[in-house]
Ligand binder design. Structure first.
Ligand code: DAH
Length: 338
């Protein structure tokens, strides 16, 4: 019987190491250790051994056989679990390398690109970046910028009011969606002491029907400098430095007399392209004394200049886009071109 046990162990261990799946190892386990299994069967025949001492000895070696075979089965089972898990992981693996392909990678919106580059250029010129809220008070957006109630310039801004009912006086909250970034001038002056050198890029709103050159939501960048002895020459020099830094060496700028309520004198600034053609870019001027006062700045002591222009227009110009609406449709055939 000792020989039978040794043979059973050898066969069992061989089958254990041959088992290639969890199902197989379960089968081996049943067929060796189970009641009707090989070792189980030997256990049943113990009773036939008449000699007590011999029965004890054989019983001991049978127990050892059980222990070593079941240890081998457990060990193999752990191995097989690890192998099957690795196979499952490999099977469910997603190959995402396609998304790493530069051609199919996304990019920042054209307006965001222009916005960031404008910030970079002005930061390079020594400006810091300021912000203001998109929902503004009538006071910051108009009043403090020298456009009181009834000022004709207000009519040029097709303003979107908040909580305002055109047919009833009630419900006028005094709030609106800012029509330009100029209110940031006021907020910056109120929040800090001169000298001030800031640009304020941001989203602005007007009650316009979208067409090839207009969107009801668009973007502007505002500039404000307040310091001692600031003159129109500083303004012209800053616009010129900006033009060359942003557009490149072949570009120059000029100022043309114009009118804005918040600057005096006021100018329009144009950019001259290398081919000699001129392009109107934005408005600028010396900050009106009333505007300085509204910002808590003494116009006897300080002077300043301001400018403002559209970011969407910059993006459109640089890329030769003929319809501004194309930038907001998210048509992949358009987006992929940039
Ligand atoms: N806020 C003006 C607009 O939206 C643009 C502008 C003109 C800004 C002259 C300025 C300025 O700071 O000095 O049309």
């Amino acid at each position: 019987m000792t020989n039978d046990i040794a043979a059973a162990i050898e066969t069992a261990l061989q089958r254990v190491s041959d088992a290639a799946s969890l199902d197989e190892i379960d089968a081996v386990s049943g067929e060796t250790l189970g009641k009707k299994g090989v070792l189980g069967g030997l256990k049943a025949s113990l009773a036939k051994i008449a000699d007590i001492e011999e029965r004890k000895a054989v019983g001991r070696s049978l127990n050892e056989a059980f222990a070593s075979v079941s240890a081998a089965i457990d060990e193999r089972r752990q191995e097989l679990i690890a192998i099957e898990r690795a196979a499952q992981v490999a099977g469910e693996r997603l190959d995402l390398t396609e998304a790493m392909d530069a051609a199919s990678r996304g990019h920042l919106h054209l307006v965001t690109q222009a916005w960031q580059e404008l910030e970079d250029v002005f930061v390079g010129l020594g400006f810091t970046v300021a912000e203001g809220p998109e929902v503004e008070t009538d006071w910051h957006n108009f009043e403090a910028l020298n456009m009181s109630e009834g000022h004709p310039a207000r009519g040029e801004f097709d303003t979107l009011f908040i909580g305002h009912d055109e047919h009833e006086d009630a419900g006028d909250s005094g709030l609106l969606l800012r029509t330009h970034t100029s209110p940031v001038q006021i907020r910056t002056m109120l929040a800090s002491e001169p000298p001030i050198y800031i640009v304020a890029p941001g989203r602005v709103f007007r009650r316009d029907t979208p067409d090839a050159t207009h969107m009801p939501v668009f973007h502007q960048i505002e500039g404000l400098v307040v310091d001692r002895d600031i003159s129109m020459a500083d303004l012209a020099g800053t616009i010129e430095a900006f033009t060359q830094a942003f557009f490149g060496k072949g570009f120059t700028s000029r100022l043309r007399p114009s009118y804005f309520p918040f600057t005096e004198p006021s100018a329009e600034f144009d950019i001259r392209r290398p081919d000699g053609s001129w392009l109107e870019l934005g408005g600028c001027g010396m900050v009106h004394p009333e505007v300085l006062r509204a910002g808590g700045v003494d116009p006897e002591e300080w002077s300043g200049f301001a400018f403002g222009f559209g970011i969407d227009r910059m993006a459109v110009m640089r890329h030769g886009i003929t319809d501004i609406r194309d930038m907001y449709v998210n048509d992949i055939r358009f987006i992929e071109q940039f």
